[in-house]
Ligand binder design. Structure first.
Ligand SMILES: *[C@@H]1O[C@H](CO)[C@@H](O)[C@H](O)[C@H]1NC(C)=O
Ligand SMILES: *[C@@H]1O[C@H](CO)[C@@H](O)[C@H](O)[C@H]1NC(C)=O
Ligand SMILES: *[C@@H]1O[C@H](CO)[C@@H](O)[C@H](O)[C@H]1NC(C)=O
Ligand SMILES: *[C@@H]1O[C@H](CO)[C@@H](O)[C@H](O)[C@H]1NC(C)=O
Ligand SMILES: *[C@@H]1O[C@H](CO)[C@@H](O)[C@H](O)[C@H]1NC(C)=O
Length: 509
């Protein structure tokens, strides 16, 4: 796919989108009967977590803080933190046993940069204890026949680099991130074949640098959702995402040059996606819907596919969105073996072109669209089950972005964290969305795998331990942090065994 060429014009893109909107099949995937054998034999089913969210042992064996530790300690996650989390650092053997029990093909986890390279400049020598931990985890997975899908950066840049040069705001990050990736490929690449460089850079850039409500909580008034006093919302999100793309492509180049022949693995990046629907049939809402998609998804994907940002972004953000030199553009274009999709829910869009008249603008004004979230988006409520949104996103990746190989790296249902083990709504959600993936696959999508978020109840970015997505409940009041399978774990297990299930949870009983 490295030599893929696409030559859509903007007009053509818009035409396709309008066409899609008009012909959407709101299908009945939730009622759809299917079994695992309806998927290709090499289709990967897994589940995921990330380092700071499960490992715990935050101050053990030489690990130093990341920007997420700092964020949690500043109180942004209801005063909770990942110091202990699920203690996977000590319980990885038990957890891999649960993965075997569940029957997953693959485990998606992330490496903590500041556990592996804890020295104050984020480079320096490898921490033998950190190295040992990841070797142990990876070996435990491999001997049990479970593939390791590894993310290198999941909101957890070493705090030392934030302090030294403001982390992703600085171009210095490119060399340091490449150095860190090199250590990971060298040490683990004989057993790890799937690498995601940066987890959902769009959410990281907006939460961390526009609204200030995600690590490293930078923003500037009047755009802040927090009291942060560092940063500049008008241009930092664009700059940070630019550096992420350059660092990503640098890491892909490193892999192709030094590791690909021997290790034969795959390197990608992940994108948080919302399924966008025009609120009305008005022309300007349809155009705004495509603009919103450009700003959120095209921001990452178009540089990878075409070597440049979407036209609508360059027009509206002007000089505040960086320009790729022609060399950089060539380096970024095609720098992926797969694209990871993170998807939970759908939104509606209306036009807000008036925002372009505001002089001091951030991303939201530049997008010139109102995103109408459902009430369930920013609460602890369950998501509504609207799997056609994922199906449509996969169709759009096929049509607009040249049908790249895709892994669904996160998808799952949120419930209150002390909810009962009878998580019927999670079963319905997983059933619906896995069905949507099957529909998209049958309709020509190049989707290769699906990872339910999350394997167990983890420390969530904004909710701390108040909400949960896990297949396994973790009793955080129990000093042993005992894990219990929810109905969804049993449902997933039976699905993975090849048993035909519909969304009637009694079938799993
Ligand atoms: C900002 O600070 C004020 C005063 O300290 C406080 O009342 C308010 O809750 C803070 N706002 C946020 C979003 O943290
Ligand atoms: C942020 O940067 C813009 C230039 O893009 C500048 O006009 C503005 O004053 C800066 N804001 C702050 C708070 O520094
Ligand atoms: C979104 O728009 C659709 C029509 O396109 C409408 O049926 C639905 O109720 C809207 N949802 C919200 C949350 O406004
Ligand atoms: C949480 O669990 C406790 C004890 O089981 C129960 O009393 C409480 O109502 C639950 N709260 C929520 C929000 O589910
Ligand atoms: C299949 O994908 C096409 C776009 O390639 C789309 O127009 C169509 O609605 C999809 N069909 C179904 C049944 O989802």
């Amino acid at each position: 796919m490295m030599e893929r060429e696409t030559s859509f014009t903007l007009g053509f893109l818009i035409l396709i989108i309008l066409n899609l909107a008009a012909t959407r099949v709101v299908s009945t995937v939730t009622d759809y009967q299917y079994t695992r054998s309806d998927f290709p034999v090499d289709f990967v089913f897994g589940s995921g977590t990330s380092a700071y969210q499960v490992e715990g042992a935050a101050n053990e064996d030489g690990r130093t803080p990341s920007i997420w530790d700092t964020f949690a300690y500043a109180g942004y996650a209801h005063g909770e933190n990942g110091d202990v989390a699920c203690d996977q650092y000590h319980k990885y053997k038990e957890d891999v046993r649960l993965m075997v029990e569940t029957g997953i093909d693959a485990y998606r986890f992330s490496i903590s940069w500041s556990r592996l390279l804890p020295s104050t400049n984020g480079r320096g020598p490898v921490n033998p204890k950190g190295l040992q931990y990841y070797n142990n985890l990876i070996n435990q997975l491999i001997i049990n026949g479970i593939q390791a899908h590894v993310t290198l950066h999941n909101f957890d840049l070493p705090q030392a680099l934030e302090d030294e040069y403001e982390g992703w705001v600085s171009r210095d990050i490119i060399g340091d991130f490449t150095y860190y990736a090199d250590v990971c490929f060298r040490e683990f690449g004989d057993r790890v074949l799937y690498w995601t460089t940066v987890n959902e850079p769009n959410v990281f850039a907006l939460g961390g640098y526009d609204k200030g409500n995600a690590p490293p909580n930078r923003c500037s008034p009047p755009f802040c959702a927090t009291n942060s006093t560092r940063g500049n919302s008008t241009f930092e999100p664009y700059l940070v995402l630019h550096h992420i793309l350059l660092a990503h492509s640098s890491v892909v180049r490193l892999y192709k040059t030094n590791y690909m022949d021997q290790q034969g693995g795959f390197v990608g990046i992940s994108v948080y996606t919302l399924a966008y629907t025009p609120q009305t049939n008005l022309e300007q809402d349809k155009v705004a819907t495509q603009r919103a998609r450009d700003f959120f998804i095209g921001w990452i994907v178009e540089p990878l596919i075409h070597g440049d940002y979407p036209i609508s972004m360059k027009r509206n953000a002007g000089a505040r969105i960086p320009t790729f030199t022609s060399i950089e553009s060539k380096q970024v274009k095609g720098s992926y073996d797969f694209i990871g999709i993170i998807h939970y829910t759908n939104v509606n869009v209306t036009d807000n072109s008036g925002a372009l008249n505001i002089k001091l603008r951030d991303y939201t004004q530049d997008m010139a669209a109102n995103i109408i979230y459902r009430e369930d988006m920013f609460s602890n409520d369950e998501y509504s089950v609207t799997p056609w949104g994922l199906q449509e996103e996969l169709d759009i990746f096929k049509l607009l972005y040249g049908n790249p190989p895709i892994f669904i790296l996160e998808n799952g249902q949120r419930t209150a964290s002390n909810s009962s083990l009878e998580d019927v709504s999670r079963v319905k959600y997983l059933h619906g969305y896995i069905g949507a993936v099957l529909h998209a696959l049958r309709n020509g999508s190049n989707v290769k795998g699906y990872f339910a978020w999350s394997f167990m109840d983890v420390f969530e970015l904004l909710d701390g331990y108040r909400s949960s997505y896990g297949l396994y409940y973790v009793d955080h009041n129990d000093p042993e942090l005992k894990r219990y399978p929810k109905l969804s774990a049993k449902w997933y297990k039976r699905f993975l065994m090849g048993i035909e299930l519909d969304n009637d949870p009694s079938i799993t009983a």
